[in-house]
Structure formats: C-alpha cells, structure tokens
Design a protein around this ligand. Structure first.
Ligand code: AMP
Length: 215
C-alpha cells in the first residue's frame, strides 16, 4: 500500500506513522527525518537545507524531490511506503506523480490529520527529542522517567531548533498557505480521508486502523 500522511506540524504524524508502519509492514518515509540526517551528516544537501529548516521555511522542491527519489528507490519501499511530510506543495504533488508514474505506481490513500492551532502550539513547544535514538517525549503528556534524559538510551534530551514558538507560528503559516491546497488536490481525486487528530494517540490510531482496513 502507498500511503500519504498529511497534517500540520505537531498534529501527531510521527506517532501515527509509527503505528501505521507496524500495522501495514511498510517503511515510514519522513522527508523531515531524511533532511535532519543530511544536516547532521553535513552532506551537501544538508548544508543547503539547514537555513531553511531553522527558520521554518520549506526547502526548495527540486532538492527534496531528489532526496525522496533516492529513498523510494531503496528495496524496502518496493511494495509500499508511508510518506510523511511530502508532498507539502502542489508542485511536490506533481513531482510525486511523475516519480510514481516512472515506477508504474500511484498513491492508494491520503490521510489528513487535523487539530486546532492552540493544541498544536502546546504540543510542539513541549516536545523534546533524543538526538541519539530519535525517541520523542512531551514535557506534560509523555515525560521521560528521569527528567531531561532519554528512557531508552540515557542521552540528554533536546528541543528541536524549529520547535520554538516563533518558528512554530511560521511553520503553521507555511502549512496553511502551501500545504492545505495539497489536501484539496487529493480530495478531488477521491483518495482523501480527513481524521481529527486532537484526541489522544490511541484513539486516533484506532480511527486510522479502521480507515486503512476499510480502504
Ligand atoms: P518536519 O519534520 O516534517 O516538520 O520537517 C521539518 C522541516 O524540514 C520543515 O519545516 C521544512 O523546512 C523541511 N521539510 C520537510 N519536508 C519538506 C518538504 N516536503 N518540502 C520542503 N521542506 C521540507
């Protein structure tokens, strides 16, 4: 199954992607994660993307499309994948169409998660991540057992540099302007399911299970 998970930053895409990945046995392909790895490695792509990411802007379409094409050509994505964070612009929808057409496939389902802005800002500003193993925590909802330290590997937790309030507001503005039109494209193609992501993660996960099983 080829699936897209779409929604504003902080709506819970990462958590639900993990659930769907386990449910469907397909790889979770997050363009944000691919970019963060490139930045951490200091690769040419990473050096170009860094400034955009730190200010909450989108990196250029051609750069992200190249990174994604490489990832989708890996063997584990041959039978399906779950895309998270892409496409974020209508131009990226077209790039994805071309990329899939060249490989003889199409998108089966697009799930859009939604939540009110106040809830999103609350979730993102309290988010803390482990820079070593990628585990995600929340100061109120999901604190680590020992304050400030990853339960899994003991590494000190950090706040993503784009999870500060000013950058969060910018990311939400960009989402409204650039990414909401993407959901309309998929609505017109009759592959869109909209899901309320403001409930707790287990409730949202069971809604997603029903939708995926019924599709
Ligand atoms: P995310 O983890 O999905 O919130 O992505 C973090 C940042 O990476 C975004 O704010 C953008 O700067 C960049 N990014 C991730 N995916 C894309 C994309 N599809 N197009 C452009 N920029 C992206």
């Amino acid at each position: 199954m080829r699936l897209i998970l779409i929604g504003p930053p902080g709506v819970g895409k990462g958590t639900q992607a993990q659930h769907l990945q386990e449910l469907l046995g397909i790889p979770h392909v997050s363009t944000g994660d691919l970019l963060r790895s490139a930045v951490q490695e200091g690769s040419p792509v990473g050096r170009e993307a860094k400034g955009y990411m730190e200010s909450g802007r989108l990196v250029p379409d051609d750069l992200i499309a190249r990174l994604l094409a490489e990832r989708l050509d890996r063997r584990d994505a041959a039978q399906g994948f779950l895309l998270d964070g892409f496409p974020r612009t209508v131009a990226q929808v077209e790039a994805l169409d071309r990329l899939l057409a060249a490989r003889g496939s199409t998108i089966d389902l697009v799930i859009a998660l939604s939540a009110p802005e106040v809830e999103i800002v609350r979730r993102l500003s309290g988010r803390r991540v482990c820079p070593k193993c990628g585990a995600v925590y929340h100061l109120d909802n999901l604190p680590p057992a020992s304050s400030g330290v990853c339960d899994a590997c003991g590494t000190p937790l950090v706040q993503r540099s784009d999870d500060t309030e000013t950058v969060i507001r910018e990311r939400l503005r960009v989402y409204g302007e650039e990414t909401l039109p993407v959901t309309e494209v998929y609505r017109e193609r009759n592959v869109l399911a909209v899901v309320d992501g403001s409930d707790n993660a287990a409730v949202v996960a069971s809604r997603l299970t029903e939708i995926v099983k019924g599709s």
